[in-house]
Design a protein around this ligand. Structure first.
Ligand code: SAM
Length: 230
């Protein structure tokens, strides 16, 4: 299993050190032990967690350099995709906002176990977060449909930065639906990167570049976003 993960990482240009490998082992053990007392992941088989959570998260490195960037992970849950990225590149300044206190508490304990002490872990709803037009990268996986997700994420990206939505195949309809929101909030679609994950499904990174500041009005309250998506 460890060898498969090492090889998978190598195939996308990531060389794992022993320290990183130990951190991923610690991450897995703690995720599984805590999953017995709270709902963190439906996937528990070791090989699958390494593939579908850890390796999947690391595909973000295909977007560009993450050295010293600020990265906001919206609705990170058990830490995906930002914590695997932080393990392989400790210079990333990670901020996580998640609406569930229990998950933030888990991420605090996990960060201690991984000897990572500079993650900003914030309990709250992203619509109420104030650091607009600020981050180099904003990411989200498995949080909402793209038209809604765009309003939850794009306002927090600084001009020149990127919002990266992690989706699976059949994303085209979602992208079509989100076009107006992308434009209204100051973004342009830059690229869609498709990648295989050996689980029979292709996955995609939808990369939206921020070209204009978002006005203070957005994001709206979640009830409005849901009732009247842009
Ligand atoms: N991103 C992780 C992954 O891919 O495994 C977790 C996905 S989980 C299905 C969705 C997470 O988004 C949950 O932890 C939930 O609390 C959080 N979430 C949903 N809406 C949110 C919002 N408006 N603000 C902050 N967190 C939110």
């Amino acid at each position: 299993m460890a060898l498969t993960f090492l090889k998978n990482c190598e195939s996308i240009g990531i060389q794992l050190t022993n320290t990183m490998m130990n951190q991923f082992e610690t991450y897995y053990d703690y995720l599984i032990s805590q999953n017995e007392v709270m709902n963190l992941t439906a996937i528990t088989d070791k090989e699958e967690v390494f593939l579908k959570h850890f390796f999947d998260s690391l595909w973000l490195t295909k977007v560009g350099s993450f050295d010293n960037v600020t990265l906001l992970d919206v609705g990170s849950g058990a830490g995906f995709p930002s914590l695997p990225l932080k393990i392989i590149n400790p210079s990333i300044k990670v901020t996580i906002v998640d609406a569930l206190q229990k998950r933030i508490d888990f991420l605090k304990r996990l960060s201690d176990k991984l000897s990572i002490n500079d993650n900003k872990l914030i309990h709250g709803r992203i619509e109420e977060f104030i650091m607009k037009n600020y981050f180099n990268y904003v990411t989200a996986r498995a949080v909402a449909r793209l038209n809604i997700l765009t309003e939850l994420c794009l306002p927090f990206v600084k001009v020149g930065g990127k919002f990266i939505a992690m989706k699976s195949i059949n994303y085209e309809e979602e992208l079509e639906e989100a076009k107006h929101a992308i434009d209204k909030l100051g973004g342009v679609l830059e690229e869609v990167i498709e990648y295989p994950l050996e689980d029979g499904l292709n996955h995609v990174l939808i990369i939206i570049k921020k070209v204009r500041n978002t006005t203070d009005f957005y994001p709206r309250s979640f009830s409005l976003i849901k009732k009247k998506p842009l």
